[in-house]
Design a protein around this ligand. Structure first.
Ligand code: FCB
Length: 464
């Protein structure tokens, strides 16, 4: 078994992955679809946020993005060409239910129906995320995620989507990264909707978790064939030194980023130390909420990019480690993924884990029709090996997805940061698979060939 010369994986890493392991690529609606005004789509909080001066580094928005709304057949052909098992994508809530309640937009639902059927026709399993941050602006005007009614609007949305598509979705994720929506969206305000208030942020976090639990209950009936879960952005948090102050700061950060989400989902309670720290900013919790949040799920998705190193006195100097740093300024630290997966397995006994996003931004350019993104390829290969290590140490890993299929609108960084394994030239919308895409394809071909040799078409797996 030989991989392309650069970035080989050790043979035992390749052998670690179970036959059922799901390999994929991921995207999200606002970051790629464009067509912001097409076919009756409603406004999302990100449409509104992008118009605030200074909110987005390059002053851009997702109005056009990768024009995926029009170009989806070409994009799904790329997904099929890669040879992945699964494609993780999200639905734009305002595209299918423009006001977030009441009337549905059939043209929007038709788009996702074409997409799902297009995936199945190509032998790729659809992994749908219901909420990858693009809340209908009309709901924001009624208080957004800070308002308890939005919880029920989300459950209705989840049920409506399942009624239309639930028979064909391999997996449904309720939310992508509640910490980001709560903390970056409502505490630091650097993401939509741009609120800066810690008490609001914690109430938002609670409502996101509650709406997840209630939606899971509703989806058990509405989409009985789909696996259900949530996706969290988690990192191992380490203290910058052994000083008591740094240790305390790291414990609190771990509490806010990791335990604040993992404990309610898997133990039905918020961490006591964080509640105490929050004091009057702790969320309002009604009787029954915690049990609802802990509704049993089929999987937990983890998005991993880097570790966190925390000190009491100031910012951690990522560059001082000597490890490479991506274009986002994030330290490349694959060991952190193994450590994180082991810890999640040990502390919360999650039955099935996916890495739902992992990847890196680098400033790629097309040269004579090719993109030589060796650093990205190395990043991915090293993190795949880190997942293999976790498997060998007993962690029940179910899948791994690369972020992202395409270069896209990277939120507050605009189009300047490129995460794709396929390059997008925005003026022409031309797609060029990067060297990392060729590497992943070749890796999958070798990884999957024992599975498929002599077996009927992979399409069968699409509905399994
Ligand atoms: C994650 C997001 C995803 C993308 C990557 C780089 O936090 O889920 O949309 O922006 O980061």
């Amino acid at each position: 078994m030989t991989l392309p010369a650069a970035h080989p994986l050790p043979a035992d890493a390749l052998a670690a992955f179970p036959r059922s392991f799901v390999w994929g690529v991921a995207t999200s609606s606002y970051q790629i679809e464009g067509a912001a005004q097409a076919d009756g789509r409603g406004e999302s909080v990100w449409d509104r946020f992008c118009r605030q001066p200074g909110a987005i580094a390059d002053g851009s928005s997702g109005d056009v993005a990768c024009d995926h709304y029009q170009r989806w057949p070409e994009d799904l052909d790329l997904v099929a060409w890669l040879g992945v098992d699964a494609y993780r994508f999200s639905m734009s809530w305002p595209r299918v239910q423009p006001l977030g309640h009441g009337a549905w937009n059939d043209k929007g639902l038709d788009f996702y129906e074409r997409l799902v059927d297009g995936l199945l026709a190509r032998g790729v399993r659809p992994y749908l995320t219901l909420n990858h941050w693009d809340l209908p602006q009309a709901l924001q005007e009624r208080g957004g995620w800070a308002h308890r009614d939005t919880v029920h609007r989300f459950v209705d949305y989840a049920s409506g989507v399942a009624a239309r598509l639930g028979d064909r979705l391999a997996a449904i994720t309720t939310h992508n990264e509640p910490w980001v929506m709560a903390h970056l969206g409502h505490e630091t305000g650097v993401f939509a909707p741009g609120v800066r208030d810690r008490r609001t942020a914690m109430q938002v976090a609670h409502h996101l978790l509650l709406s997840h639990g209630l939606a899971v209950q509703a989806l058990r009936t509405a989409a009985p064939r789909s696996k259900l879960g949530i996706v969290l952005n988690l990192s191992p948090i380490m203290p910058a030194s052994a000083s008591p102050e740094d240790l305390a700061a790291a414990t609190l950060e771990d509490g806010r980023l990791v335990r604040w989400y993992m404990d309610p989902l898997f133990k039905g309670e918020y961490p006591a130390d964080v509640l105490q720290h929050l004091g009057a900013d702790a969320p309002e919790v009604q009787p029954g909420d915690m049990a609802a949040i802990a509704a049993p799920t089929d999987f937990l998705g983890i998005n991993y990019y880097t570790r966190g190193v925390v000190s009491a006195s100031g910012a951690w100097d990522v560059k001082s480690t000597g490890n490479p740093v991506t274009d986002m300024g994030w330290e490349v630290y694959p060991q952190g993924l193994t450590d994180l997966l082991l810890r999640v397995h040990r502390d919360w006994k999650v039955p099935s884990l996916y890495v739902m996003e992992n990847g890196a931004a680098f400033p790629d350019t097309v040269q004579q029709g090719a993109v030589h993104d060796g650093e990205r390829t190395e990043y991915i290969a090293r993190h795949v090996a880190a997942v293999a290590d976790a498997i060998r140490l007993g962690v029940p890993m179910a899948g791994y997805m690369v972020w992202s299929l395409l270069d896209n609108f990277e939120w507050a960084s605009g189009y300047a940061k490129r995460f794709g394994i396929v390059h997008v030239d925005y003026p022409t919308q031309r797609r060029t698979p990067k060297a990392s895409a060729f590497w992943y394809r070749e890796f999958l071909r070798q990884q999957l060939s024992p599975r498929t040799a002599g077996a009927p078409a992979r399409a069968q797996a699409a509905t399994a």
